[in-house]
Design a protein around this ligand. Structure first.
Ligand code: FPP
Length: 244
C-alpha cells in the first residue's frame, strides 16, 4: 500500500500538478513546408525542450510526453529508425542539461522492445537523474495504455494465484499501484495537439478525471506561450470529480 496518496486530483490547484501531452502533427508540419517527416520530428524534439523549460517555470511537477506508441512500429522502417535516432540524440544531448535543471527523467512503456543501446540509455538517464525534484519528465516509449492495464491485471492475478492477495483486495487503489508510474499523481491536464480529438491508447486509466484540451497547433509549433495559454485554460475549468 502506498504511504502517500499521490492520485488525489489537484482539485483547487491553479497549476496542474501533472500535464500529459500527445505530441501530434510533426508530419503535417513538415509536409506543409515540403520537408521530410524526419524534419518535423526534429523540430518536435526542439518543442520538447521548450515545454520542459515552460513546465519548470510554471511550477508543474510532472510532465508526461507520448514519444512513441506501441502502434508506431507500424510506420515505415525508415521513419521508425529516424525516431529512434532522434531519441538517442535527445537523450545524449539533453540529459546533462536536464540533470543540471534538476529534472528527473523516467520512462513508461515496454522497454524490452527497444533497441539494446536505447534500453541502456533509458537506464542511465533514470539512474543519473533519480534524485532530482524540480520536475519529473516521463517519456512514454513503446507505450500502450491497454497493454499497461493488462500487465497490471496479470500481476494482480499472479498475486492472487500465489495466495498473496485476496480478490476482495483488488480495487481502484491497488490496481493503480500496479501501473507503471504508481508513485506519481495522475494527469490533471491532457493536451493533444494537431486538431485530433482522440486519446490513442494514452494513460487511459490515469486520465479518468483529467481535463482534456485539444489544440489545433501542430506539435513543432508548441512553445512556452502555447503552454501558458493551455495552463490558463485549465484554470477556468471547474473540476468536480463526479460530485456536484
Ligand atoms: C506524432 O506526429 C509524433 C510522433 C509519433 C513522435 C513524437 C516524437 C517527438 C516529438 C520527437 C522526440 C521526442 C522526445 C521526447 C525527444 P505525427 O508524425 O503522427 O504527425 P502527423 O500526424 O502530422 O503525421
Amino acid at each position: 500500500m502506498l504511504s502517500v496518496q499521490p492520485n488525489i486530483p489537484a482539485t483547487l490547484a491553479a497549476v496542474p500538478r501533472h500535464v500529459a501531452i500527445i505530441m501530434d502533427g510533426n508530419g503535417r508540419w513538415a509536409a506543409a513546408r515540403h520537408l521530410p517527416r524526419a524534419m518535423g520530428h526534429r523540430r518536435g524534439a526542439e518543442a520538447v525542450r521548450k515545454v520542459v523549460q515552460g513546465c519548470i517555470r510554471q511550477g508543474v511537477s510532472v510532465l508526461t510526453l507520448y514519444a512513441f506508441s506501441s502502434e508506431n512500429w507500424k510506420r515505415p522502417a525508415e521513419e521508425v529508425d529516424d525516431l529512434m535516432a532522434l531519441l538517442r540524440f535527445y537523450l545524449k544531448r539533453e540529459i546533462k542539461e536536464l540533470h543540471n535543471n534538476k529534472v528527473s527523467v523516467r520512462f513508461i512503456g515496454d522497454m524490452a522492445g527497444l533497441p539494446l543501446d536505447l534500453q541502456q540509455m533509458v537506464k542511465d538517464s533514470e539512474a543519473l537523474t533519480a534524485s532530482n525534484k524540480m520536475l519529473t519528465l516521463v517519456i512514454a516509449l513503446n507505450y500502450g495504455s491497454q497493454a499497461e492495464i493488462v500487465l497490471a491485471c496479470r500481476k494482480l492475478a499472479g498475486k492472487v494465484a500465489r495466495g498473496e492477495l485476496d480478490t476482495a483486495e483488488i480495487n481502484e487503489e491497488s490496481f493503480g499501484a500496479h501501473l507503471q508510474i504508481a508513485d506519481l499523481p495522475y494527469p490533471d491536464l491532457v493536451i493533444r495537439t494537431s486538431g485530433e480529438r482522440r486519446l490513442s491508447n494514452f494513460l487511459l486509466w490515469q486520465s479518468a478525471y483529467a481535463e482534456l484540451l485539444f489544440l489545433d497547433v501542430l506539435w513543432p509549433d508548441f512553445d512556452e506561450e502555447t503552454l501558458a495559454a493551455a495552463l490558463d485554460d485549465y484554470k477556468t475549468r471547474e473540476r468536480r470529480f463526479g460530485g456536484r
